[in-house]
Unconditional design. Structure first.
Length: 512
């Protein structure tokens, strides 16, 4: 009974499950059909949308294609138009050329006809000329060749006379030009070489910190000062001059030794005769080394090589010598540069001229006191130490003690005179030089409207500053001319003086 019931229950469940499955399957089929219908509707709508988009795209592409085609057609039309214009221009040019060619042909024919006429006329002229020559030969009794020969002889004599006159004029002009060119070379050389000048004398001043040092320098009963004077050969003057001791000696080298020795003694503080002799001996040795070093530096600066050591020492000693108040080393360097500049202008040996210019005054720095003139002594030194004959002759002849035998010698003589005579070089012409500059400035200041005047370039230029309210541009030009004329008539000066008138207007304001 139980088994039957269980089987019946199972069968019932199975039947119920089958019924439910069938029902569910029908529901799913209905739902699936609905989804399929919806999908078909959506697909149909999407298809229509895509078709519309494709149509729109096609229309857009078609419109763009039409635009491109239209643009190309316009360009083709423009090109065709330009080609037609060029063709028309070319046609007109061809036509013009044809007209010109026809005109040229007609002119060529005219010229040919004229040439034929000219040939006929030339033949007639030649025939008439021959007849005239024959008639002249009959009248003069000379043949054409004889007449030509006489004419040539007469012209030759006349040409010789004119040539001699021309040669004479040319020689005179050459002399004048030579003088002008020589002056030009000298002036240019002076202007290109501008060096400092030094004026020395026979007295040096040694400054001290206080007058108490004077007593220590004098020493007990004057033994220190006597020892110092004996060791250096310099007169030491100790007077009432505050904080100063005067060293007096004609030899600048001795004065320099005394000055350096005093400086070392005062700095050290130990001042007694034995110490003085020791310091003076060391100072002499140091100064000798310094002199050799100065000579070497000078030759290196000037580019002079191969000098004998004794000549180098002589060049170094020039620093402590002076001539007419002009430092000898500075003078010799200046002469060397002047000689080099002039030699370059004249096409001579520049190095040889510079060497002779530097050594021309070495006879002024002997260790002893010879009786020979300094030019002859310098020449003997140069010969002794192996200098070239041209250099030796230039040294010995620069004051005309011996005869000159080369072109370097007069060059050195001229440059020596230029260096000694330039403004400010020597003491005796310094005052005249300063007075001339002041006279130049005062001359310009005397004109109305001039506020300031400055003499510059060693008196070779005068700068004149005028008031812009009182002097116009035209008046400034006239003022420059008037000042130049007045300088020419009233003053004496070497070379030329340039007058520069400066007129300016300034507007100044201050922003606060």
């Amino acid at each position: 009974m139980d088994i039957v019931a269980v089987i019946a229950g199972i069968a019932g469940l199975a039947i119920g499950f089958i019924i439910a499955f069938v029902v569910m399957k029908k529901g799913l089929e209905k739902k699936g059909n609905g989804i399929l219908k919806e999908a078909e509707k959506e697909a149909e709508a999407l298809k229509k949308d895509k078709i519309l988009q494709a149509k729109e795209k096609f229309l857009e592409l078609k419109a763009e294609h039409e635009k491109v085609i239209n643009s190309r057609e316009r360009k083709i039309l423009e090109v065709e138009k330009r080609i037609k214009d060029k063709e028309s221009k070319l046609s007109s040019t061809i036509e013009e050329n044809r007209r010109k060619e026809k005109s040229l042909d007609s002119k060529t024919q005219d010229l040919e006809r004229q040439l034929e006429v000219n040939k006929i006329r030339q033949a007639e002229l030649d025939k008439a000329h021959r007849k005239q020559v024959e008639q002249l030969e009959v009248i003069s009794g000379l043949s054409g060749e004889d007449a030509k020969k006489q004419l040539i002889d007469a012209l030759r004599d006349e040409a010789k006379t004119e040539a001699m006159a021309l040669i004479q004029d040319t020689m005179e002009e050459a002399k004048l030009n030579a003088n002008k060119e020589a002056k030009k070379v000298v002036i240019q050389t002076i202007q290109r070489v501008a060096t400092e000048h030094a004026i020395e004398n026979s007295v040096s001043v040694f400054n001290i910190e206080s007058d108490d040092v004077k007593g220590r320098i004098i020493g007990r009963e004057g033994r220190n000062i006597r020892a110092l004077e004996a060791a250096t050969g310099v007169e030491i003057i100790v007077d009432d001059t505050p904080e100063a001791i005067i060293l007096s000696c004609f030899d600048p080298v001795r004065r320099e030794i005394a000055r350096l020795s005093l400086h070392k003694l005062v700095t050290d503080g130990r001042i007694h005769p034995a110490r003085i002799e020791e310091v003076v001996a060391k100072t002499k040795k140091q100064l000798d080394e310094e002199i050799a070093d100065i000579g070497k530096r000078t030759t290196i600066d000037l580019g002079i090589h191969g000098l004998h050591p004794e000549l180098i020492r002589a060049v170094g000693r020039m620093k402590y010598r002076s001539s007419y108040g002009q430092n000898l080393l500075q003078h010799s360097r200046e002469v060397a540069n002047l000689c080099a500049t002039m030699a370059a202008e004249l096409g001579l040996n520049v190095k040889l001229a510079k060497r002779a210019g530097l050594l021309h005054d070495i006879g002024k720095v002997p260790d002893d006191e010879p009786e020979l003139p300094h030019a002859i002594l310098g020449m003997k030194w140069a010969e002794k130490y192996g200098e070239k004959p041209d250099v030796c002759n230039a040294i010995g002849a620069h004051h005309d003690e011996i005869e000159m035998n080369n072109l370097i010698s007069p060059l050195v003589q001229v440059c020596d005179a230029i260096s000694g005579a330039r403004p400010g070089a020597r003491r005796e012409i310094m005052e005249a030089y300063i007075k001339r500059l002041k006279d130049l400035e005062n001359l310009a200041l005397a004109y109305p409207g001039v506020t300031k005047s400055y003499a510059i370039q060693a008196g070779r230029e005068l700068r004149v500053i005028v008031e812009s309210e009182k002097v116009t541009d035209e008046q400034a030009a006239k003022l420059s001319f008037d000042i130049s004329q007045k300088i020419q008539t009233e003053m004496t000066y070497p070379g030329q003086v340039r007058i520069t008138v400066i007129r300016e207007t300034r507007a100044v304001n201050i922003a606060k």
